[in-house]
Design a protein around this ligand. Structure first.
Ligand SMILES: [Zn+2]
Length: 434
């Protein structure tokens, strides 16, 4: 349970003065150290999105922090200031990857692909940084490929060990990577899925990847693609736990600075559109660079990701997305319709807090994770119930908060049609599903 984050987060003081309107910052880019001067989007004040509350915490004061993303004018890294220390956020993280069927299927497909492509076997070593509950490494273990997980949340790491995945309970960085290297435990395949965004010290982390990688090893890193975030209005994927938002152009620069060359890239449907980069030491002669690398680089340049105007157009579209969702909810409630939520993902908390949606609009939400049932969403205090409640209460609309899984969830919810219920997604704009 994320009680650490609720009761003891330590806010990081700002480095210097800001203007009273809060529209400037004295912060510097976490990659290139240029001053941050250009706002990307300001989502107001929000609680930490994984700080689910127990009933006995509902009357207590709740910490809110600014959720304001900036874009660097030099390297175009979109980023939040680190408002709260990482250990407060991640040491007892409630997210268990294995509760999504489609995410597990994605993990197994990935395993098959890389085992074949890079010829991994019993003599190889696979290391995953932020290995969560072993959702991915379990497939390597089953195929007889030695695997090691690194996961800072002790309760999540315990689940991995129970699956037979050896796991070190630690934060990954350069110091830890050098220790692994000194112990002769460099990785032939080094994996980081959905962790790069969550690293406060980006340079220390990527330098660590280089240090932990065997001379002819391969790193694969997956992260949500900034170009998709912008083109599909995925502003709710911005939350305090995600410090950085990467285009391909910016990610490639970051890897290059730490001696890693991106030799291939895949565009994936996960998390609303992700990139998987394949990188190796810049000094290694192989694998050769695939044409997809140059193609994506050119596509991002043509879309304008290397200039400021692209980033400035985002905030007005976010505001319009909020108005559209509120229009729908106001009309539905005036009409006497009952609306509930499905899922309690971090992105739902950004959306609901930014839009000011509480139990005046959503009676409750449901989640398959027993770790969340019986709790309340941070900030909005919407109760999280067991999915069976939908069948019992027969709502008119079910708002799917993890819209990235909307096909999977709409299929699970097909039964709401029996009483005329419909599913709704809020992103890229409010849409009642056919
Ligand atoms: Zn920068």
């Amino acid at each position: 349970m994320p009680t650490t984050a609720v009761t003891a987060p330590r806010a990081i003081p700002r480095a210097g003065a800001t203007d009273p309107g809060g529209v400037t910052t004295s912060a510097r880019c976490r990659f290139c150290a240029a001053p941050l001067a250009r706002s990307f989007v300001d989502l107001g004040m929000s609680p930490l999105c994984e700080s689910y509350l127990r009933a006995d915490q509902l009357n207590a004061m709740e910490p809110f922090y600014p959720l304001h993303a900036w874009v660097c004018d030099r390297c175009f890294l979109v980023q939040l200031e680190a408002y709260v220390e990482g250990e407060a956020i991640f040491s007892d993280y409630a997210y268990f990857s294995s509760f999504s069927d489609s995410w597990l299927a994605h993990a197994e497909r990935y395993t098959d692909e890389v085992v074949r492509r890079f010829g991994l076997g019993p003599a190889s070593r696979v290391i995953e940084v932020a290995s969560n509950d072993g959702y991915l490494l379990q497939y390597f273990v089953r195929r007889g490929v030695p695997a090691l997980g690194i996961e800072p949340a002790a309760n999540v790491a315990r689940e991995a060990v129970a699956k037979g995945v050896p796991t070190l309970v630690e934060f990954f960085g350069t110091a830890m990577a050098q220790r692994l290297a000194a112990e002769g435990r460099q990785a032939d395949l080094l994996i980081g899925n959905n962790v790069l965004a969550q690293v406060p010290d980006l340079n220390d982390f990527v330098a660590g990847l280089a240090a932990a990688l065997a001379p002819h090893g391969v790193v694969t890193i997956e992260f949500p693609h900034l170009m998709r975030l912008v083109s599909e209005n995925q502003f709710d994927t911005i939350y305090h736990e995600h410090y950085s938002y990467f285009s391909f152009l910016t990610a490639e620069q970051i890897f290059a600075r730490h001696g890693l060359t991106v030799f291939d890239v895949a565009e994936l449907p996960t998390h609303g559109g992700s990139l998987r980069l394949y990188a190796r030491h810049s000094g290694a002669a192989t694998p050769g660079i695939e044409p997809r690398v140059g193609e994506l680089r050119a596509r991002e340049q043509a879309a304008g990701l290397a200039g400021p105007a692209y980033y400035e157009g985002f905030a007005p579209r976010v505001e319009e997305t909020k108005r559209a969702l509120l229009d729908f909810l106001i009309a539905a409630r005036r009409d006497g319709k009952r609306v509930v939520g499905y899922g309690a993902p971090g992105k739902g908390n950004t959306l609901l807090n930014y839009c000011g949606i509480r139990t005046d609009f959503l009676d409750y939400t449901v989640d398959r994770s027993p770790h969340k049932q019986g709790k309340f969403l941070p900030g909005t205090h919407i109760p999280i119930l067991h999915p069976d409640r939908i069948r019992e209460t027969r709502p008119d609309y079910v708002l799917i908060l993890p819209w990235n899984l909307k096909d999977e969830i709409a299929a699970q919810l097909a039964y709401v049609r029996v009483w005329g219920g419909r599913c709704v997604v809020p992103i890229p704009t409010t849409q009642v599903l056919p």
